[in-house]
Design a protein. Sequence first.
Length: 128
Amino acid sequence: MVKFNPKIIDDWVKFWNTYDLDEIERLFLGDDRVTYFSSEKQGVIKGYEALVKHHEGFGFVKGGKKAANKLWLEGVDVEDFCDNAVVCAVWFFKRPTSETPQKGPVTLVYEQTRDGWRIAHANFGNYK
């Protein structure tokens, strides 16, 4: 059993800031157990293939791209449950065309796998 390292969260933030679809396999469970609630779309996104399509819809591409948008987290709190970890934070997303960033709560549930820590569930909300 490997203790959860909060630096793993930085990999997910980098994933969003580089739009690198190649990283999705390293960050998320690669099967039908993975679930995701987006702040932009209603309903649950279930399964790895649906998760990939969802990120492609946001402009993620293999190899990544230079993006003017910026995502970051504040108020990160981590609870380690041995084989699982729950990360709670507030996400911020700034587009260059907007003065005020979008923001909202995020919960990431990580599972320890033989290949390392992977996100099993993500849940995003919006603050008005």
